[in-house]
Each structure stands twice: as structure tokens, then as C-alpha cells.
Design a protein around this ligand. Structure first.
Ligand SMILES: *Cc1c(COP(=O)(O)O)cnc(C)c1O
Length: 453
């Protein structure tokens, strides 16, 4: 059960199917055009959508808004240093600002950033800095049904080949957990091996640690050597292997806004500090207010609580299991922050060119007011200006992201029941065609219409 009780409540909109059909049509069948009023259960993102604790609210009240050298900064730095072990801590307004600053200071034009799977803003920031992204997920990641423990690992043989090849590698970046790869964890053994490969060649090794605590939890559950360890001990050991990290605190910081860049190298830190002050704010607040810094510090303490992590992991696995029993498969094994539904398998009558993943995501909204994100050909496929699909995504997935401490198990049961209703008559679900397909940031801006596949 949840190791907390509810002190503040917020009503959620309960709507009718008629209402949702009208609103979704007005929204051009794009869930990003829906508003909070339209959505009953919002599983679009686990980023910045968590619930604050009473202690975080109290910490926010203690927030000190002094411009330079605020007390809040020293409290934040103490927690961040204790957790990561890095000497240079820079607060930023969210994860992508840390990416922009790090890559801007570190990457030379044409250099590679090599990783297990870069997150989409991470990729964009590597490219904006003139770098090139190379994703090397392990082979098990491609098998959605495999129960391998660490499908977030990087392919070490491929990594070594790139490091010893002719290309110039600017850094290796390991994303924990691997959000782009089904939210799968990375093993400590894999991180250790990456560290050794990088150190031997003098290549910087960084973590994209948005879900460092969830990764640490899964390590304590799945990696023999770490069974007796606490999640916080494992997280510290993981940070200890790398030269620094970029972190979106909107995930495992359990705050609504916040991020962090942390480093060992003093020379690199000096270059980053310059970019930080020019674009985010003075080094003792980054892009954050004092109250944000204090709430982040408290969130970074709470998030490694084993009781919290166990319940979160178990409730996500429970949703995946309820869905499976209703006939809807998802990427195995279940991760912690999201369930990735296999829409391609549920809706074989809808070809990728009619956006199978989007079709399932849309039906979840129409049937139950549940909003979620498509991770299929609409997002990841190659599409021409007229909206025709040229190259499909490898899988048609739908991500149900679970906000932290927000929904109870009965909310998740409602999601599973809605899925079960869809799975009874999957052939009734229509496909979609793009009517507006902007070349840039397409998923956020496109419009669609329903078509019978
Ligand atoms: C969310 C996220 C980011 C970007 O962080 P923002 O706070 O949204 O800017 C980077 N990497 C990963 C793995 C993420 O999940």
C-alpha cells in the first residue's frame, strides 16, 4: 500500500464520451491540444506532475530569496553533494538547461555523444552544440517480450568499437533509467564497464540521471551483488562511477520545476559556470527560486525511501499485470515510471501508416478520458510534408507515465478497466490520417482525422 495518506485533494474532471468526442475532434485528434478540463486521468508525463509532501511544502516556506548566497542554495548544495559526491553543483530550471550548458561547454563540432539511448531533448541539445548522437542499446532492448533484467544497458562491444574507431567521441552518456528504451534499468555492472572503457581512453563519462532512484531500486531488486544495499547507497555508487551528471529534478526530485548539472572537473565547471550565469542565473540559484531549491533538496531526500520506491514499482507492475490479463501486452519486464503498451499487437488491423499507437492512445481518451503519449510512428517515424508515413517506427507503443504520489491504485484499476473494454472489441478502433504535418516538433503541433483502416 501507499506509505503515505492524502492531506490535500484536487477534484478531477469526470466527463461523458459525447463531450470527449467533441473536444477531441476540436483538438485535431492531438492530445497536446486538450486542456486540463478535458482529462480525467493524466498519464501524459511523469515530469513535474508529482505531489509535494508536507515536508516539501514546509521547506518551500523556509525558502530564502536572497539573490546571491541564499540559505536555500547551501541546503540544496549539501543534499546534492552528499548524494552525488560531485564537487561542482549547478542548479538549473530543468534538465534540458543542464544538457545545453554541458554540451555547449564540452562538445566540439562533429564530436560524438555515445549512449544507451538519448532522450529527445538530449539529442536536440547535442545537435545544437554541433555534436552527433550515437545510440547503442543492448540487443535485449529490441525484444519487447524478453524478461531480461537490465534492458537499459548499453551494448559494450559496440561501445568499445566506437571508442577505438576513427570517430572523435566527446562523451559517453548513460541514461538511467533508459526512458527512450521502455524505462528499462541499467545495471551497475554495465556502468562499471562503461567507466573502465572511458577511463582507459580519457573520454568523459556522464549520467542522465532523471530517474536515478528508480534505477537504484531496480538494481537492489535484480542485481545479485546489490541485494542488501539501500537504494540510496546504490545511487551514490552509480554517481561515483561517472564524471558528472545532468538531472531533471522534475522526475526523481519530485518537484514541479528544477534541474541540476554536477561535475568533478574544475576546468569544465568554470566554462559551465559562465554559460549558467549568462543564460540561467547566478551560480547559487540557476533558474530556480529559493523555495524551489529547498523543495528540491527535500525531494532528493524523500525519493530514495525504499517504502516509497517499492510501492511505486509495485503499483506500476500491477497496472501492467491488470492490462496483460485484459489482453493488452506491454514492454516486459515492467519498469517504474511508466507502462509501455504494445499497441501494434492489440490492433493488428491498423497498419503503421494509420498510426497504430496513436489509435490506441486516442481510444483511451475517448473511452475513459485517459491521456497518454504515443511512442510509435507518429512520433518516431519518418513522415513527408503531405503526412504520408515513409518509414515506420520499429514498434507501435503507447506510454502510460505514472505521476509520483498522485494516483491511487483505484485510479490505475480504472485505467486497466478502460483498456479491458477496448481489448474486447479492438477491431472497432479507427486509424488516423495526418491533415497537418509540420516538419518540426510534429507530435506537439500536428492535426489528424479518423479513418477506417
Ligand atoms: C525529462 C528528461 C530530460 C529533460 O528534462 P526536462 O526537465 O524535461 O528539461 C532529459 N533526460 C531524460 C531521461 C528525461 O526523462
Amino acid at each position: 500500500m501507499e506509505p503515505y495518506r492524502i492531506k490535500v485533494v484536487e477534484p478531477i474532471p469526470i466527463t461523458t464520451r459525447d463531450y470527449r468526442e467533441r473536444r477531441y475532434a476540436e483538438a485535431g485528434y492531438n492530445q497536446f491540444n486538450l486542456t486540463a478540463e478535458d482529462v480525467t486521468i493524466d498519464l501524459l508525463s511523469d515530469s513535474g506532475t508529482g505531489a509535494l509532501s508536507a515536508e516539501q511544502q514546509a521547506a518551500g516556506m523556509r525558502g530564502d530569496e536572497t539573490y546571491a548566497g541564499a540559505r536555500s542554495w547551501f541546503r540544496f548544495r549539501e543534499v546534492a553533494e552528499e548524494l552525488t559526491g560531485y564537487e561542482h553543483i549547478f542548479p538549473v530550471h530543468q534538465g534540458r538547461a543542464a544538457e545545453r550548458i554541458l554540451f555547449g561547454a564540452l562538445l566540439k563540432p562533429g564530436q560524438l555523444s555515445v549512449g544507451n539511448t538519448h532522450f529527445d531533448t538530449t539529442r536536440a541539445n547535442v545537435e545544437l552544440a554541433g555534436g552527433v548522437v550515437r545510440d547503442l542499446p543492448c540487443a535485449a532492448a529490441a525484444d519487447l517480450d524478453s524478461d531480461a533484467d537490465f534492458k537499459g544497458d548499453i551494448d559494450l562491444v559496440a561501445l568499445e568499437a566506437v571508442l577505438d574507431g576513427p570517430e572523435d567521441v566527446g562523451l559517453v552518456l548513460m541514461t538511467i533509467t533508459n526512458n527512450g528504451g521502455g524505462g528499462q534499468p541499467v545495471s551497475m555492472a554495465n556502468l562499471e564497464a562503461v567507466k573502465k572503457l572511458c577511463r582507459k581512453r580519457g573520454v568523459p563519462f556522464f549520467l542522465d540521471a532523471a530517474r536515478f532512484a528508480e534505477n537504484a531500486w531496480l538494481v537492489t531488486q535484480r542485481e545479485e551483488k546489490y541485494r542488501g544495499h539501500s537504494p540510496r547507497e546504490v545511487a551514490k555508487l552509480a554517481f561515483g562511477m561517472a564524471d558528472g551528471c545532468v538531472v531533471s529534478l522534475k522526475k526523481d526530485g519530485i518537484v514541479h520545476i528544477g534541474g541540476m548539472l554536477a561535475l568533478r572537473d574544475t576546468e569544465l565547471a568554470k566554462r559551465c559556470e559562465l554559460l549558467l550565469i549568462a543564460t540561467e542565473g547566478f551560480r547559487t540559484y540557476g533558474g530556480l527560486s529559493g523555495r524551489d531549491l529547498d523543495m528540491c533538496a527535500q525531494g532528493l531526500i524523500e525519493v530514495t525511501d525504499p517504502l516509497y520506491l517499492r510501492e511505486r514499482a509495485e503499483s506500476t507492475a500491477y497496472l501492467a499485470e491488470c492490462a496483460r490479463q485484459a489482453g493488452v501486452d506491454s514492454v516486459r519486464p515492467a519498469g517504474v515510471h511508466a507502462v509501455y503498451l504494445n499497441a501494434g499487437r492489440l490492433l493488428p488491423h491498423i497498419p503503421s501508416s494509420r498510426f497504430t499507437g496513436h489509435a490506441l492512445a486516442s481510444e483511451l481518451y475517448l473511452a475513459g478520458g485517459i491521456r497518454c503519449a504515443e511512442l510509435g510512428s507518429l512520433y518516431l517515424g519518418e513522415i513527408d510534408e503531405s503526412g504520408e508515413l515513409l518509414t515506420p517506427a520499429p514498434f507501435e507503443l503507447v506510454r502510460l507515465a505514472i505521476p509520483r504520489r498522485v494516483y491511487t491504485r483505484s485510479h490505475l484499476e480504472y485505467v486497466a478497466e478502460t483498456l479491458a473494454g477496448i481489448a474486447k472489441n479492438p477491431e472497432r478502433v479507427p486509424g488516423y490520417r495526418l491533415t497537418e504535418a509540420p516538419a518540426m516538433l510534429r507530435p506537439f503541433r500536428c492535426r489528424l482525422e479518423q479513418v477506417q483502416p
